[in-house]
Write a protein that binds this ligand. Sequence first.
Ligand SMILES: [Zn+2]
Length: 274
Amino acid sequence: MRMLIASEPGRPDRDNEDFAAAAPGLLLVVDGAGSPAGVESGCVHSVAWYARNLGGLLLAAATDKRHGLDEALAVSIERVNAMHAATCDLRHPGSPSATVALARVHDERLEHLVLSDSVLVLDRPDQGPAVITDGRLAEVVARLDEPDRPSPGDSDEHARFLRSRVEQLASFRNQPGGFWVASTKPEAASEALTGSTPLMGLGAVALLSDGASRLVDRFGLMTWPDLLAILGKDGPDELIARTREAESTDPDGARWPRGKASDDATAVYWAVQG
Ligand SMILES: [Zn+2]
């Protein structure tokens, strides 16, 4: 099995809050999110700490095929809770959180789980790609969006905007009618999108953090088949390089309004028939 992974921070001077891993028959991407500086989170740990620990525990839990991927995720959330229940306020709405994309080979099928806005793309040569992502976070953001959103330069105004946006989003997180992410509630796992596909009909699978899917789903610069072709021919590094190239043409978000000029970007790719 030849699995390819690339992961780059949005800025070289910042922690990469994405986490990616692969084991035989198992692939995962975790994209951490949390409070920016100046917003209380109830947690003494970093977002990167949360993403790495959730990802590592999830890799271990998902290798046990007696349990579904949603159960593996629920157990992993509980295990991370146990790691910081003594030092942190796990009921705080600003606790570190993460989106998840997970895929596992089991009984000649590829099982998948997607929680929030990570993206899993199934390359099905006979039918075209299937794109699995949970749009509930985007729906909440669209409801909150104001027309006078400032640009993502390093201005104080933009920093204030992001802080108030994060506080608003926290009130929708892991609530019915809002959106669901991995954080401190194991029941979020049952809100994930899950399914399975026969390996026979599958050419490849790609798992992407939202920082690595934006050439298609935010910028509209290419299609999903184009993105899969880049991954298959030149690999995840090339996808991220092209993403950075596009972002550099629009550093202020004038053409493509977005929270961060460049986000952490992670892509995991497995050519099933390769
Ligand atoms: Zn903590």
